[in-house]
Each structure stands twice: as structure tokens, then as C-alpha cells.
Design a protein around this ligand. Structure first.
Ligand SMILES: [Zn+2]
Length: 108
């Protein structure tokens, strides 16, 4: 038995993995910039609206963290609901999603 017989399992190919992590990092930077922009000009009159927006952004940031963990444990891009691979087109738009379209609709 030689090391070359060891498979890579369900891990994405290294270049793919790098691309995914870069995309997630980009999403995170975008959200963090939005949060900073909102902090910078906080209009007191829109306090509630602002809180709702920052809450939504923080939820996405958590999703991004979770997606990075899934890249590490090899479950990235697999639907949590039905174990089917999430189409790459969907992952390009929403790199942190954990459900396929069908399961997402069921969740809502
Ligand atoms: Zn699904």
C-alpha cells in the first residue's frame, strides 16, 4: 500500500476549495463593509430599520462562518435537507447556502 492509493474523499479539489474560500471571504468583506457604513451614519429616526438590517447581515456572517467550516469538513455544497449536491450556479450566487432550492422552500 502506497500513499498514492489514498483517495481525497469528498473534499473539493484544492483549487476549487481555494476559490470557494475566496468567494466566502469576499462575501464576508462585503457584509462587514455594509455594517461599517451603517455605523458611520446612524440616523436615529431609522433605528428600528437599521437594527433589522444589521441583524440580517449578522445572520449572513454566521452563515459564512458555518460555510467555511463545511469546506473544512468536506460537506460544503451538499444540501442539509436531502444530501443532494447544491447546483454550482446557486452556490455562485449564494456561496453560503446550506439547502437546495427545494428544501429551502420547505424551510420557509
Ligand atoms: Zn435539499
Amino acid at each position: 500500500m502506497t500513499p498514492s492509493t489514498l483517495g481525497t474523499g469528498s473534499q473539493p479539489e484544492p483549487h476549487r476549495r481555494h476559490e470557494i474560500l475566496q468567494r466566502l471571504q469576499h462575501e464576508r468583506n462585503t457584509r462587514l463593509a455594509q455594517l461599517r457604513a451603517m455605523d458611520a451614519d446612524k440616523p436615529n429616526a431609522h433605528g428600528d430599520l437599521l437594527t433589522a438590517q444589521t441583524t440580517a447581515i449578522r445572520v449572513v456572517l454566521k452563515e459564512i462562518d458555518a460555510a467555511e467550516e463545511r469546506v473544512d469538513d468536506g460537506t460544503y455544497g451538499v444540501c442539509r435537507g436531502c444530501d443532494v449536491r447544491i447546483p454550482i450556479g446557486r452556490l455562485e450566487i449564494l456561496p453560503y447556502v446550506r439547502y437546495c432550492v427545494r428544501c429551502q422552500q420547505r424551510e420557509l
